[in-house]
Every structure is written in structure tokens, then in C-alpha cells.
Design a binder for this molecule. Structure first.
Ligand SMILES: Cc1cc2nc3c(=O)[nH]c(=O)nc-3n(C[C@H](O)[C@H](O)[C@H](O)COP(=O)(O)OP(=O)(O)OC[C@H]3O[C@@H](n4cnc5c(N)ncnc54)[C@H](O)[C@@H]3O)c2cc1C
Length: 477
């Protein structure tokens, strides 16, 4: 490999990353007084920090950079509604650039974090080139990834429910199964094709099975006359003795009754331990034939987090103090699903939810403001959630608000109003409200959008002798 020489001081380097690290640290510092804030991730936690510091530092001389491997923020609570064709994928995704007024957005994968050198290595999505970014203050909000408990079969044969691609893939697969089932006269085959199993009875598992139950049944009724609705099987596999252990037992019983009344079989105290292409294997030794297996069985930290040289807690999460600082690093904050935050009032840990990640982001923005203004008296994180809500079927929700239980239509409408208000942009709120409004009037869409060709550009060769585009245009005029 050719040595890379620095255009400023002519020093040479063997690798691009060592050159970039040199360039950034030696030549790219505007002034030591301009503080660099680097935010990693574009989810609930990071975007909430970004939006707050954009306000707070509007007139300050700080440099803000946000890095994410997706160029959009994803509103996960509505992901099951994308899987069921109720919402369009672009309605629940917002470009991160919408939130960047002062900040610079980099579409790249975070490869590693060096806490001692204050450097983060990133790989650009479009050409895989490696860069090093320096920081004065770092915010780590890299979320988590689906945990298959090291079982490759489960990973290969099930659909996760975490990203927008996951929701699109589930919707496409459901339609494929309906198309296949509609063309078979074999009763047993039709039953297998129409068996949908969801593993995990937390919020995302229950909301997912509620949504796809409605989608499949409505679509069969209106668009697939050759399918016998009695062949549809919806199964929720729960390792616990009840669904939704996050809420009280009474409301959990209400949810169970509603799901069962709507044709969903709940297998309690049952673990999915393995799978193959068309079935899932249970810890009882039983095998359940199902053409669709959706996995919402847990979240774990991604490699950048688990390999970080600092204290880790449960599931490899980053241990932070009450200020949300990493131990021994007062300039580094972590939040959201990748951070372990002690709730001293309840002597437990704060749950990994969007509502917590947003509040943690707000606190980090306040603390960054203090640090930039040389005030080391940082605030402590404390948050008491008002409650939980979920939509589990057609016009049916459940909610606990300030200790009060709510179920049915009122909880359903409350869920819609609350989450619509939380969508960060007006345009997307409008799109979602419109989709919800017309849902009762129109058929659910069962168009199967085929595989999409993807072209990757690794490098573009530029011929120095070709005139620039501007020159070409001038010569034509
Ligand atoms: C289906 C579903 C439904 C949910 N419903 C609710 C709900 O109703 N209410 C609620 O409170 N919570 C809900 N949650 C949980 C909620 O989504 C998470 O707790 C929340 O997203 C955590 O926020 P975060 O910022 O920590 O992580 P995330 O929102 O996951 O964001 C992580 C970000 O980091 C980026 N990233 C990850 N790795 C890298 C890398 N190496 N390089 C660059 N970028 C990277 C990702 O692209 C993403 O932008 C739901 C989750 C799911 C999956």
C-alpha cells in the first residue's frame, strides 16, 4: 500500500485511519476553545440530546456532529403498524438532517471508541472509508440489537422486529404466505402457511401479534376468497406465566382475555429454543409447524458497546452514574438501551424504553450546557413514568396511567393521541393521521413489492483531463 502524505506538513502515514487521526487532531481543530460534541446514534436518546443542544447552543461556538448508520430517526412504537400495512414505512422515519440546524450529520457506522485518546473511528456507508473523529464531549446512544441467545437457527429462520427493514420484510412475507395459501388445496399445507408465531410477550411481541392478526384476517376476508379463515393460526409464545409482565396482573388478564377472544393462542411458560425453516422447537420438546416465526425475545448490546474499555453491567450495558457519565470519564455520557442506569428510589434499574431514553437525552443536554459553561455541578437523572400503553387489536388498547387501569376504545384512542403528539415533525403527523383515518374505509394493501436491485459504488475514478461539469455546461451554451 502507498504511503499517504499529509498535505499540510508532509508527514507520511501507512494507513488512512492514522492519517485522518493525525489530520483531525493536528490540523482540523478550529481553535482549542471551540468544543467538539460528538453524538453517536440516531435513535430516541441521541436525537433528544441533539434537539435540545441545537436550542441551547444556537449562539455558542461549539461544533456538533451526529453519526448514525441510518440516515433517519425511527419511531419504533409504530413499527408493528408498518408490518401490518396500516402505515407507510416513510411515515414513521424522519431524516436526521431535519433536526440538524447547526449540527453536522455523518451517515456512517461507528467502528470503535477510544476513550483514552478521545477518538471515534467511523466507516462511511457509501464507500466504507474509515475516518477518525475527535471529541471533547461524547454522547453514546447506540441502542441495542436483537438477542437470539447465540442460536443461529433462530437468527436465520425468524423475523426480528427492530428496524424498518424488519417491518417491511414481515409484511412482504405475510403477503407471500397468503398468496401461496390461496393457491393450495391441501388442507395441512394451508394450515402451516397460515400459522404465524410470535416469540416474546412484552410490548413489542403483543402489539405485533395484535396487528398481524387483524391484517391477516381482514385481508383474507376481502382479498383471498379461496382461503378458509379457520386455517389461520396466531400463536404467542411467552416464557413467563403471563403476558406483558411490565403492567399489573389485572390489566395483563384483560389483555390475555382480549387476545384469546380474537383467536390468538397464548402458550405460557414456554420457551422457543430452536427452529428450522418451517417450525419452531419448544423447551417442552414439542415442535410447532409455522411458516412465519417472529422473534421479539430480547435485546443485547452491539459489539462497539460490549468491546468498550469501561465498566459493563447486565447484558453488557454501559454502567453510568446518576449524571449519566461513564465511570472515570466526566466528558462521556451514555443513554437509552445501551446504558444501565440505577433507579435509587426503587433500588432497581430504569427500563429500556423510548420514554426513558428521551428524558435521559434531555438531562444530558442540560449537563453538556453546564460543562460548556464551566459549571461542574451536574444534575442527577430521575424520572417516574406515568404509565404504559399498548394497542393490542382493532380499536382496543390497554393503559396504566398514574396507577389507574384503562382498557378498550378509550385506551386505544389515548395511545393514538399520545404517540401522534410524540412524532417529531408536523408533516409525518399529518401522514399518519391520514393513514389512520382512511384505514376503516379502504382495503388493507396486499401489493407485494418485489426484491429491489441495490447498486454499491465502492469508488469513482475521476479522469483529471475531463472538463468539470461547470466547464462542460459553459462550452455548450
Ligand atoms: C417494535 C418496538 C416497539 C416499541 N414500542 C415502544 C413503546 O411503545 N414505548 C416505548 O417507550 N418504547 C418502545 N420501544 C423501545 C424503544 O424503541 C427503545 O427503548 C428506544 O428506541 C431506545 O432508544 P435508543 O436511543 O437507546 O436506541 P435506538 O432508538 O435503538 O437508536 C439507536 C441508534 O443507533 C444507531 N446505531 C446502532 N449501532 C450503530 C453503529 N455501530 N454505528 C452507527 N449507528 C448505530 C441506530 O441506527 C439507531 O439510530 C419499542 C421497541 C420496539 C423494537
Amino acid at each position: 500500500m502507498k504511503d499517504i502524505s499529509c498535505t499540510y506538513c508532509k508527514e507520511t502515514f501507512e494507513t488512512e485511519s492514522s492519517y485522518y487521526s493525525h489530520y483531525l487532531t493536528v490540523h482540523n481543530s478550529k481553535s482549542p476553545s471551540v468544543k467538539k460534541i460528538l453524538i453517536l446514534g440516531g435513535g430516541f436518546g441521541s436525537v433528544s440530546v441533539l434537539r435540545k443542544i441545537e436550542e441551547k447552543f444556537r449562539d455558542n461556538d461549539v461544533e456538533i456532529t451526529i453519526v448514525s448508520d441510518e440516515n433517519f430517526f425511527l419511531f419504533t412504537p409504530m413499527l408493528p403498524q408498518v408490518a401490518s400495512g396500516l402505515l407507510h414505512p416513510s411515515s414513521i422515519t424522519m431524516p436526521i438532517r431535519y433536526f440538524c440546524k447547526k449540527a453536522k450529520f455523518l451517515h456512517a457506522i461507528v467502528d470503535s471508541i477510544d476513550l483514552q485518546q478521545q477518538l471515534v473511528t467511523i466507516q462511511r456507508i457509501f464507500d466504507n472509508k474509515v475516518h477518525a473523529l475527535e471529541y471533547d464531549y461524547l454522547v453514546i446512544g447506540l441502542g441495542g440489537k436483537t438477542n437470539y441467545f447465540e442460536n443461529e437457527n433462530l437468527e436465520n429462520h425468524s423475523f426480528p422486529m427492530k428496524t424498518i427493514e424488519d417491518a417491511i420484510a414481515i409484511r412482504n412475507h405475510i403477503i407471500l404466505m397468503l398468496e401461496q395459501a390461496a393457491q393450495t388445496g391441501n388442507f395441512e399445507l394451508q394450515r402451516s402457511l397460515l400459522t404465524f408465531a410470535v416469540v416474546g410477550s412484552g410490548f413489542s411481541g403483543v402489539e405485533t401479534i395484535g396487528e398481524i392478526n387483524e391484517y391477516v384476517k381482514r385481508s383474507v376476508e376481502k382479498s383471498y376468497p379461496s382461503i378458509n379463515p379457520e386455517n389461520i393460526n396466531m400463536i404467542l409464545i411467552s416464557s413467563k406465566n403471563r403476558v406483558l409482565t411490565e403492567i399489573n396482573e389485572k390489566l395483563s388478564t384483560t389483555a390475555t382475555r382480549y387476545l384469546e377472544k380474537n383467536g390468538i393462542t397464548i402458550m405460557k411458560n414456554t420457551k422457543a429454543v430452536d427452529s428450522d425453516e418451517d417450525s419452531v422447537i419448544l423447551d417442552s420438546g414439542g415442535k410447532l409447524s409455522c411458516a412465519t416465526l417472529i422473534w421479539t425475545g430480547g435485546i443485547m448490546c452491539n459489539n462497539v458497546i460490549s468491546e468498550l474499555n469501561c465498566e459493563h453491567g447486565r447484558n453488557g450495558k454501559l454502567v453510568v452514574d446518576s449524571k449519566l457519565n461513564l465511570k472515570d470519564f466526566t466528558n462521556v455520557f451514555a443513554l437509552g438501551d445501551c446504558a444501565l442506569i440505577k433507579d435509587t428510589k426503587l433500588d432497581s434499574f430504569y427500563p429500556s424504553t423510548a420514554q426513558h431514553a428521551i428524558r435521559e437525552g434531555n438531562l444530558i443536554a442540560e449537563n453538556l450546557n453546564k460543562l460548556i459553561n464551566d459549571d461542574n455541578n451536574l444534575n442527577d437523572f430521575s424520572f417516574s413514568s406515568m404509565g404504559n400503553m399498548a394497542i393490542i387489536g382493532n380499536k382496543f388498547g390497554i393503559a396504566t396511567i398514574a396507577g389507574h387501569n384503562l382498557s378498550g376504545f378509550s385506551a386505544w384512542i389515548l395511545w393514538r393521541m399520545y404517540y401522534l403528539a410524540k412524532i417529531p415533525t408536523f408533516g409525518k403527523k399529518l401522514k399518519i393521521a391520514f393513514d389512520w383515518m382512511v384505514d376503516g374505509l379502504l382495503l388493507r394493501d396486499v401489493t407485494l413489492i418485489g426484491s429491489i436491485k441495490k447498486k454499491t459504488i465502492h469508488s469513482i475514478n475521476i479522469n483529471e483531463n475531463v472538463p468539470s461539469i461547470k466547464e462542460q455546461l459553459i462550452s455548450q451554451s
